[in-house]
Design a protein around this ligand. Sequence first.
Ligand SMILES: C[S@@+](CC[C@H](N)C(=O)[O-])C[C@H]1O[C@@H](n2cnc3c(N)ncnc32)[C@H](O)[C@@H]1O
Length: 348
Amino acid sequence: MMRRPQGFRYVFRVAHTMTSSIDKLYEEADRLYYDNKLDKAAVLYKKILEEDPEHQAALHSLGIIHYDEDDYGPAVEYMLKALAQDPEDIYVHSNLGKSLYGMVHMGQKKTAKRIARQWAEDYPDNRIALHMAAAVTGDEVPDRANDDYVAQTFDEFADTFDSKLEELSYKAPELLGEALTRHVNASDLRILDAGCGTGLCGPYLRPLARKLEGIDLSEEMLALAKKRKLYDRLDKAELTEALQTRSKRYDVAVAADVLCYFGDLSAIFGAMASSLRPGGLFAFTLETHGKAKDYDLGISGRYTHSAKYVHKSLAGAGFDLIEGEQGQLRTEYAVPVTGLVIVARKGD
Ligand SMILES: C[S@@+](CC[C@H](N)C(=O)[O-])C[C@H]1O[C@@H](n2cnc3c(N)ncnc32)[C@H](O)[C@@H]1O
């Protein structure tokens, strides 16, 4: 059985000019695709292209099939052709980024970098392209992942997020929950789940909370968090901005696997500090690297940080470190990923 890539969603874009025979072929191809008969589906998508070489949905679909088969070079080619037909299609941009990531994994880093540079040059206004291209090339690394990239990535990922993270033995919510119970002995706190996603931290935070609030940029992730019925309030917002308007509101703020979407930590740590009451706790996880640089953007689009930089940034924002252990946060390609599990207290 061929796998369907993580967070991959296909949108139908049926061209108005489509003839009814192409229409029927497309419907049939798509049915085969969803039945996992990828080879047969590919034959039909190609047949459509013989009649209409600019058929955007068929180009995109063939790109997806090659991606599904870990055949990243052709996947990239088809995605680029699909983009030429519809430069605004954010799903194709997102899938092109994933295909370039695949190319790097297969050892084709140089080619992937060359294509990514051209992609950023051709679509300078597309913020998904800019973040993913920076991740592949290492050029012009932004201070943090932009809002469009984060929202698109997690809107696509939402449906499969919980099951995928279970497969990856994701432990950040549990580790943060345990760390907090070592420092908190109360059940009437006002708690923020910053970057709450689908609400995996909710079950660990609810018993400590009088009010449990969540903020996230992804509407689809928030919709799933809402279904848990654990949160008193959920807002779609960018964290740094939202926290600046919530002065001294929280006793505890938690960010599980969220700061990997921030490179420079000064603004987000400053905003966190301003939203906490004096003595309030900030608990978070981070993936670290042993490099000399403060932060680095990996090809996956996520940042890693040096432990020294994290400590310096916490102190700079007025936090005292009260716990900073290494923990096994998840696995990647079956290899354990360790990172920091930190609890810091806002100074009085
Ligand atoms: C890997 S998920 C983790 C979700 C949740 N904390 C958990 O442990 O399951 C990262 C979440 O952070 C959110 N996020 C990243 N950057 C953000 C920002 N600047 N503002 C708000 N949410 C952000 C994403 O939308 C995503 O839902």
